[in-house]
Design a protein around this ligand. Structure first.
Ligand code: CP
Length: 313
């Protein structure tokens, strides 16, 4: 694996999940692997979990970590051939090659602007680092995907389903802000690679990119969709077509204990309580939100481990 920008970069998802679970049982087993190696984490946007879990993962592999909040550095230019006489002080072509002098792996968080669909879909920030950096690049949530989160979610589901092929439901929930589609996109793509029965439920108009959902069933009646579910993953996202709109804030789509039934509740966090799901759901023993957050460390660690093994060969 040269970079980790998408779940499909893993050559074998099921083996990776099993290896992450083994690593969780003995997190310092590879504490020498990253010795004298530096992870540079670039944040174009805020983070709590991704920042702390990825740093912890790197340190458990013996790596050093440098963190740059990019908005506190020079404003970057991403267009090729432009005359840089406006705001941008440094071209990403130079910045990525310079950062590669200080990094053995670069990790990037860069959200979409949710205004220009073509620009967001081009993944111009993440892909500029892939193009110009001379070291591996890890996606810490980009415009269209969050593969570290979905790997942690897959680890969590694997740990909890022991007996049968689980029914997994991805349910939209209301939100007052316009949020990206990155988490649901990666969740769907990851579940499609596993032996699970995946259903998506959302109000009309919230269809995700059809190139991602493919033939995954979509049921527009939430109560019907969650019947007999083993895992219900709740998340808000804005519309894909027309792009980046918040067309429905119907509180009836909030997850309640009655709708959850005996299913396990999942969410990537951060979550707005009593908007996305009730306190009762979030604080119930069937809520996996803290386990998911814990598994972010082992998702990041197994990815960094694979990249380091590649570097050392
Ligand atoms: N789930 C997630 O990525 O959390 P942060 O935005 O806090 O990193």
């Amino acid at each position: 694996m040269l970079n980790y920008t998408h779940i499909s970069d893993l050559s074998n998802l099921k083996d990776t999940i099993e290896n992450a679970i083994e690593l969780k049982a003995d997190p310092f087993k590879n504490a020498e692997l990253g010795k004298h190696k530096n992870l540079v984490m670039l944040f174009f946007n805020s983070s709590l979990r991704t920042r702390l879990s990825t740093e912890k993962a790197a340190r458990q592999l013996g790596m050093h970590v440098s963190i740059l909040n990019v908005n506190e550095a020079w404003e970057l230019e991403f267009e090729d051939g432009t005359i840089m006489n406006a705001g941008s002080a440094e071209h990403v072509k130079d910045a990525a090659r310079v950062i590669s002098q200080y990094a053995d792996i670069i990790a990037v968080r860069a959200f979409p602007n949710l205004k220009d669909k073509a620009l967001d879909q081009s993944e111009y920030i993440l892909n500029s680092f892939v193009k110009y950096a001379t070291v591996p690049v890890v996606n810490m949530e980009s415009a269209t995907g969050h593969p570290l989160q979905s790997l942690a979610d897959a680890i969590t589901i694997t740990e909890h389903h022991k007996e049968k092929r689980p029914k997994v439901v991805l349910s939209w929930a209301p939100h007052s802000k316009i949020l990206p589609q990155a988490v649901p996109n990666s969740f769907v793509e990851t579940m499609q690679l596993l032996d699970v029965d995946l259903t998506i439920t959302h109000p009309t108009g919230y269809e995700l990119n059809p190139e991602i959902t493919k033939d995954t069933p979509i049921i527009y009646n939430q109560k019907e969709a969650v019947q007999n579910a083993d895992f219900i993953y709740v998340k808000n996202w804005s519309t894909y077509e027309p792009y980046g709109k918040n067309i429905n804030q119907d509180a009836n789509w909030m997850m309640t204990k009655a709708k959850l039934g005996n299913a396990k509740f999942m969410h990537c966090l951060p979550i707005r309580r009593n908007l996305i799901a009730t306190d009762e759901v979030l604080d119930h023993e069937n809520s996996l939100i803290i386990e998911q957050a814990n598994n972010r460390t082992f998702a990041a660690q197994i990815v960094l481990k694979q990249l380091l093994l590649n570097l050392n060969n």
